[in-house]
Write a protein that binds this ligand. Structure first.
Ligand code: CMC
Length: 458
């Protein structure tokens, strides 16, 4: 029997279809709501809104479940490689041996970056954040490589995906090397995707980098854990921008920019900065927990809480174990790890965190893991971006192929002034905030003197 939900407005009933997902999750289909009732829905942050149907990843935030194309994240972390997982996300199925080897060969073929692009990298100021560089350089790729035309062959599309997957990793390492004034290391035919990245980051003519298979497999797991996470902020940004039919590079560049924020992917860097601050102030996490609970203080405990998980983040559990394993292997006693453990213990015993179901998320331990494998702090979110790329690509592909796909264009509930008259300039009052002029007079005067005679300025 077809299920519906009844909406009663002004005494009139409307039947709205109820959709049921493959795992039983239900949604009220309001796609015809405005046409039929003149009403829209109000959902700040879209926390109650399904923006699409998707068959890529599945999350159950209450139970702490994450699956890619139906396969639990724990199984993939144990058995798969990042490249195999990328293939799974993009195509929907695990590759056969031949498919995997063809896919790897394709990634290898496209791993170099156009030499002219190096000049751009060299012109960024020293100390520029690599996420800003990466996002603009990915957008710039469109100037060097062709767009995927609307009616492309599958093979052509796959080539564009391979190009992006491979080049993003090369560009990430390249931006780090150039920012440090070190010579660029090119990708090697003889190394796997993850080993190649480590080699491009750390190899030196005077101190050759020795590939450690434990580090390589740990990096594989790190990237698998980050590969997709349904309609998160950056993925929604990719889909939204993609809905305007921009080119793939522009859409992915948008995703990178969204990921940079400290409430999203930038949290891995913010967590380590917070732990360092706790350490520098004597190592007691209690004042930081108190600040996080104070509603008059914008401070939040970084690496805690999640919009969907109201339980342990399943990725966080794996990340924590892996972090300990690598630290042990490297015989590296990181004082920030002790702080992290103390902080986790304090927060998990606190009623604010218990009541709000705030658990450590993936970023709480991922920063510690990246420190352990020697990744510099400002590259942490870049590492997340490389991992998330297969997810962004598959979501972009899915939305492009969706026959119901539309230009994303949310509505609003207008809360500004009603219709009013235009006031001539001599009658206007200066703008004030908390009793202070918004534009101080000195600025206005300079402005006025400089442009007084220029009629075109107004
Ligand atoms: N510290 C203090 N209070 C918090 C925190 C935190 N880390 N996280 C949530 N809260 C509060 C939140 O303000 C809300 O309070 P109230 O009901 O009074 O408004 C309450 O707990 C419930 O929050 P929520 O609805 O479960 O979470 P949210 O959707 O508001 O925020 C979040 C989700 C991830 C933005 C938030 O938890 C946060 O800012 N965490 C710290 C940043 C972080 O670690 N981000 C990485 C997320 S995982 C990586 C990724 O997938 O992007």
């Amino acid at each position: 029997m077809k299920k519906t939900a009844t909406l009663i407005v002004d005494g009139k009933s409307y039947e709205l279809p109820v959709m049921v997902g493959t795992d039983g999750n239900r949604a009220i289909d309001i796609s015809r709501l405005r046409k039929e009732t003149g009403l829209i829905t109000y959902d700040p942050g879209f926390g109650n809104t399904g923006s699409c149907t998707s068959s890529i990843s599945y999350m159950d935030g209450e139970k702490g479940i994450l699956r890619y194309r139906g396969i639990p994240i724990e199984r993939l972390a144990e058995h798969s490689s990042f490249i195999e997982t990328a293939f799974l996300l993009i195509t929907g199925e695990l590759p056969t041996k031949e498919e995997l080897s063809d896919f790897s060969a394709m990634l290898n073929d496209h791993s170099l970056v156009h030499e002219d692009m190096r000049h751009f990298f060299e012109r960024y100021p020293r100390g520029a954040h690599p996420m800003g560089i990466l996002s603009s350089m990915v957008n710039a790729l469109r100037a060097f490589y062709p767009e995927i035309p609307e009616r492309s062959e599958e093979a052509e599309i796959n080539k564009a995906f391979a190009r992006l997957l491979s080049k993003l990793r090369t560009m990430a390492a390249m931006s780090y090397r150039i920012s440090k004034g070190m010579p660029v290391v090119y990708p090697s035919y003889f190394l796997s995707y993850c080993a190649n990245f480590l080699n491009m980051m750390f190899d030196s003519a005077v101190r050759p980098y020795v590939i450690d298979e434990d580090m390589v497999s740990a990096l594989n797991v790190f990237w698998i854990l980050h590969a997709d996470h349904e309609q998160n902020c950056s993925t929604s940004a990719v889909r939204l921008v993609g809905s305007a039919r921009v080119n793939l590079y522009a859409a992915i560049s948008t995703g990178i920019s969204a990921l940079w924020g400290p409430l999203h992917g930038g949290a891995n860097q913010a967590v380590v900065e917070m732990l360092q601050e706790i350490y520098d102030r004597g190592g007691d996490p209690a004042p930081f927990v108190a600040r996080a609970k104070d509603k008059n203080d914008p401070f939040r405990l970084m690496g805690f809480g999640h919009s969907i998980y109201k339980n342990y983040d399943p990725r966080g559990r794996i990340m924590k174990k892996m972090c300990y394993r690598i630290l042990e292997k490297r015989d590296f006693n990181d004082p920030l790890l002790d702080i992290a453990m103390k902080l986790e213990e304090t927060a998990l015993r606190d009623s604010y965190f218990i009541d709000n179901k705030l658990y450590p998320n993936i970023d709480f331990y991922s920063g510690m893991f990246l420190r352990a494998i020697g990744i510099p702090l400002d590259m942490f979110t870049v590492m997340f971006a490389i991992g998330r790329l297969p997810g962004w690509i598959s979501q972009w592909k899915e939305s492009r192929e969706d026959p119901r796909g539309k230009l994303c264009r949310p509505r609003q509930v207008y809360s500004g002034p009603g219709k009013r008259d235009y006031i001539p300039i001599p009658e206007r009052k200066p703008k004030e905030v908390n009793g202070r002029r918004l534009y101080p007079q000195s600025v206005e005067k300079t402005f006025e003197t400089k442009y007084r005679s220029s009629a075109s300025y107004l």
